[in-house]
Write a protein that binds this ligand. Structure first.
Ligand SMILES: *Cc1c(COP(=O)(O)O)cnc(C)c1O
Length: 398
């Protein structure tokens, strides 16, 4: 074991450190090469060391990195415009992370309620949801492990199961203080569980009928990962509030709350703020990320590579008794086993693959959107035997 670390033990890291990357390849400190099927948890949209991203960041760093939101930031305006155009929404608030974007969304919903005379506004949230680890966002999260030890939770959330419109209709009938519905288009930490497109449309219709805000957390499933700019676009709907983060700037921390219509007019001067959010360096990285995604056709590429990965895994794992399902959209893929499978992370690492396991039993693939066909095929050829082996053993009795 290594000596005691001065870093707080909030994570139990794998005993590997990467000090260099190239596209979807990672190199550890011993020079060993790994195929990156995680992208820093859906962050490195353009992979590692992308020449356009590196050049843009270096150029921006040589000009100016940070000023303050007390001044105009032209790059912030530009990135906001890009996000508005891609989403069909109207206004953006920039911050630095997913939980911050969600925290801002929660504040928008509460103030939206207060502005309408609802003093104790409630927000509908979901079982197995993950929205972050600040007090409000962990309270919105549907996972006891995230909440335990941090009570009292922030009040004002009501929880329902995903894809159950009857449950939401009951809330509508019983709870007059509801102001918003807050859900991931595809639950990420919850195990790659999609909100069905018909469910998203039903939620949209109910929100319209009730004057509720529809708030779709696209922190993980947004920014092109599923083959559309934003995963809810597969359902042909538009939310009122959309938190983004993770992949927006390919690794430079950026969060954003994109809002539409009434929701976009809730925050007035003094209602919210951030020191770092919207800084020129972060905005420049976001702009070049979107440029490259458009110019290189990375949305269609994500769809095509998702088919290679998912099709390959389905073919190779067909009939393996311990494999419950291979599911996903684009490059957001989950392989659910019938047992806890945390050991797959270490086995894959030994075989040269970086991936992760979420919700105990779901192997999660979130590769960079620049993953090549050869790399996708290599991933299938390497991972399938590992999963076949793990899933074919008798389940340990507990
Ligand atoms: C990762 C994640 C968050 C939290 O983002 P942080 O940047 O870690 O705060 C929130 N919502 C979803 C859906 C996520 O996947």
């Amino acid at each position: 074991m290594t000596a005691a670390s001065p870093v707080m033990p909030t994570y139990a890291p794998q005993p590997v450190a990467f000090d260099r990357g190239d596209g979807a390849w990672l190199y550890d400190t011993d020079g060993r090469r790994y195929l990156d099927l995680l992208a820093g948890i859906a962050v490195n949209t353009l992979g590692h060391n992308h020449p356009r991203l590196v050049a843009a960041i270096a150029d921006q760093a040589s000009k100016i990195i940070h000023t303050s939101n007390l001044f105009e930031i032209p790059l912030r305006r530009q990135l906001a415009q890009r996000l508005v155009d891609l989403s069909g929404m109207t206004n953006v608030f920039f911050c630095n992370s997913g939980l911050e974007a969600n925290e801002a969304a929660i504040k928008i919903a509460r103030k939206y309620g207060h502005d309408r005379g609802i003093d104790l506004p409630e927000i509908v949230v979901y079982e197995k949801a993950f929205h972050g680890r600040s007090l409000a966002t962990l309270s919105a999260t549907g996972n006891d492990k995230v909440q335990k030890g941090f009570e009292p939770l922030v009040p004002g959330f009501v929880r329902v199961p995903l894809n159950d419109i009857d449950a939401l209709n009951r809330i509508a009938a019983e709870r007059p203080n509801v102001v918003a519905v807050f859900l991931e288009a595809i639950q990420g930490e919850g195990g790659i569980q999609p909100a069905r497109t018909d469910y998203l449309r039903q939620v949209r219709a109910l929100c319209d009928a009730r004057g509720w805000l529809m708030m779709v957390d696209e922190v993980q499933c947004g920014t092109g990962r599923t083959g559309k700019w934003f995963a809810h676009q597969w359902a042909g709907i538009r939310p009122d509030v959309m938190p983004l983060a993770k992949g927006v700037s390919s690794g430079i921390p950026v969060g954003a709350v994109v809002a539409h219509g009434a929701a976009a007019e809730v925050f007035k001067p003094g209602n919210h703020g951030t020191t770092f959010g919207g800084n020129p360096l972060a905005m420049r990285a976001g702009l070049v990320t979107i440029d490259v995604m458009e110019e290189d056709g990375l949305l269609d590429h994500a769809t095509a590579m998702g088919e290679v990965l998912m099709g390959g895994m389905r073919r190779e794992l067909a009939g393996v008794p311990g494999v419950r399902e291979v599911r996903g959209t684009g490059l957001m893929i989950g392989i659910e086993l019938d047992r806890p499978c945390g050991e797959v992370v270490g086995l894959a690492l030994k075989a040269g693959l970086v991936l992760n396991v979420t919700a105990d039993s779901v192997v999660r693939l979130l590769p960079p959107l620049i993953l090549s066909r050869e790399q996708a095929e290599l991933a299938v050829a390497t991972l399938a035997p590992i999963l076949r082996d793990v899933a074919s053993r008798p389940v340990a009795q507990t």
